[in-house]
Design a protein around this ligand. Structure first.
Ligand SMILES: Nc1ncnc2c1ncn2[C@@H]1O[C@H](COP(=O)(O)OP(=O)(O)O)[C@@H](O)[C@H]1O
Ligand SMILES: [Mg+2]
Length: 245
């Protein structure tokens, strides 16, 4: 038998196929009326800025919106986020990092995303599964099949209907991100900003490869354009998708 199994009382249970089927059933019940939008791209490409503008636009149109982010998005996953982004955690090994992302995502999907979609909300998430593939797969060169497996396990059948990729050169994004960190108070969540330019270039290329492989889901926009111009392009793409039901 192939697949991933869990042993319970010496019996093997296929956890991946089980979760996938369960997810599909859950998803089928709500998919006709929901929209799950994710934002992706390197540090400083403008994700959080555009998530805020899109959610405001949709709320002004009377649409029920839930904005969330990864890593984190709920109390337990936020604790995992603190570990993942703490610049003092130099010793965190890539596999532990990957597993922490998966754990945080499993909690976030179960506690926040799935219930919000079931309630008919438009869910907007700042980073999701593609970030794991881009950062841990392309950036850290971890096994991509393992990442796909963990992503599938963590999401339990939920997947983005639309992914906005804000593409920009690593130099541009990092410059913006570092300027933002200098002006932000509170915990310094900069473990990834401290990675090399080479790492961020690999992440960018990873994102572009993911988008090329799934053109129906991805909308790729130039993150170096003016904030308003980008917001308008995103609004158009999202409203068009929502009107398709
Ligand atoms: N299109 C843009 N042009 C110039 N500056 C931008 C643009 N989008 C965002 N910024 C600025 O760059 C910084 C990082 O943006 P942010 O939205 O936090 O990026 P991310 O969430 O992708 O890391 C912020 O200070 C933001 O105001
Ligand atoms: Mg952000």
């Amino acid at each position: 038998m192939t697949g991933v199994f869990v042993l319970i009382n010496s019996r093997r249970f296929p956890i991946i196929s089980h979760l996938r089927d369960q997810g599909r059933r859950n998803r089928d019940g709500v998919s006709a009326v929901t929209c799950f939008i994710t934002f992706e791209g390197i540090e400083g490409c403008g994700k959080t800025t555009q998530v805020g503008l899109l959610s405001r636009m949709l709320e002004e149109q009377g649409k029920p919106v839930l904005v969330t982010r990864e890593p984190g998005g709920c109390a337990i996953a936020d604790k995992i986020r603190a570990i993942l982004l703490d610049a003092d955690n130099h010793a965190l090994v890539p596999l532990a990092e990957l597993l922490l992302y998966a754990a945080a995502r499993a909690q976030h999907v179960a506690e926040v995303i799935r219930p919000a979609l079931a309630e008919g909300k438009v869910v907007i998430c700042d980073r999701f599964t593609d970030a794991t593939m881009a950062y841990q797969g392309h950036g850290r060169s971890l096994d991509r099949d393992l990442i796909r497996t963990l992503n599938r396990l963590a999401v339990g059948g939920i997947s983005p209907d639309m992914t906005i990729l804000l593409d920009c050169p690593a130099e541009v994004g990092l410059k913006r991100a570092l300027a933002r960190i200098e002006t932000t108070e509170g915990a310094r969540e900069e473990r990834f900003e401290q990675e090399s330019l080479r790492f961020h270039r690999a992440v960018r290329q990873g994102y572009l490869a993911l988008a090329a492989g799934d053109p129906d889901r991805f909308v790729v926009l130039d993150g170096t354009l003016d904030i308003r111009e980008t917001a308008t392009a995103i609004s158009k793409a999202v409203l068009s998708r929502l009107s398709q039901g």
